[in-house]
Design a protein around this ligand. Sequence first.
Ligand code: GDP
Length: 313
Amino acid sequence: MFNSLSNRLTATFKNLRGKGRLTESDINSTIRDIRLALIDADVATPVVREFTGRVRERALGAEVSGALNPGQQVVKIVNEELIQILGGETRNLNMAKTGPTVIMLAGLQGSGKTTFAGKLARLLRDKGHFPLLVAADLQRPNAVRQLEVVAERAGVPCFAPERGNEGGHDAVTDSGEGTRSFGDPVWVARAGIGQAKVRQYDVVIVDTAGRLAVDENLMQQARDIRDAIEPDEVLFVIDAMIGQAAIETAMAFSKGVDFTGVVLSKLDGDARGGAALSVATVTGKPILFSSIGEGVKDIEVFHPDRMASRILD
Ligand code: GDP
C-alpha cells in the first residue's frame, strides 16, 4: 500500500545521511520533499500541512542527541509525528461489562463491511469469544446471503432475517422482540441482539446497509439502528483505495452516525493510501483494524507505531 510513499521518504532521508549539521535550508528542502510525497500519496491537505508544520518546527529546534546524527534525528521526528497522525496509541475494542458486546458496522457499499464482519467474528472466535453475526443490510438483495456465506467461512452463526433465526429456532419466540418485520433493519438488529442474549453469545456484530454514495436515508437508517441497539462500538469501514474521496465520506459518516472507530479495508491494494494516513486526524477517531485481503484471516489489529515503522522501513 505505501510502497511509493515509503520509497520517496527513504530517498529524502538518504540526502541527509552523513551530514554533521543540518542547516535551515537542509530542513526546508527535506520538508518540501516530504510534503510532495504526502500529497502524491493522496494525504488530505490539512493533514499534510499540520504534519509538515510540526516536523519542521521540531527539526529546527532539535537537540542533537548523543546517539543520533542529525539525519537520524529527523527520521525519528517524522516517525513520531506519523504515529500521531495515525492516532497515537493502539485502541482496543471496547467490550461491554455486562451482556453481549454490540458492534455495529457502517460504511459505503463495496467498502468491505461484510467481509470485515466475518474477519472480526473469526478473530474474536479465535480469542475464545462466541460471536453472532446479524444481517441488518436489507438494502441489497444479496447482502443477507453474502453475510451467511461469510459467517460459514468464519465458523460463526448468523442471524438472518429471511429465516428469522440462526439455526432452526424461532428468533421471535426466543427473543420476545414482538412483531416480525423482515423489511425493517432496526427490528432485525434488535432481534439479533435478543437472540444473542438468549443463546449466550457474547459479541454481536451487526452489518448494516451501505449505498454507493452518502445519502441522508442511509444516514438516518444507520442512526435509527444505532439508537435502537446502543452499540458499544460503531465501526466505520473505509476502502483505503478510494483516495481523497475517502475523507469526504469519513466526514459525512462522522457527522451522520458519529462512529467510535475506523476500519481501513483493502490496505493490501497498491493504491496510494492517503486515506489511511488522513482519516484518524481528520475525524479525530481511532483506527482499530486493518483489512488486508479477501480471506477470513486477512485482518490485523491496527497499531499506529507499527504502521509508521512499516512506512519508514
Ligand atoms: P460491503 O458492500 O461493504 O459489504 O463490501 P464487501 O464486503 O462485499 O466487499 C466488497 C468487495 O471488496 C468484495 O469483492 C470483497 O471481496 C472485496 N474486499 C473486501 N475487503 C477486502 C480487502 O481487505 N482487500 C481486498 N483486496 N479486497 C477486499
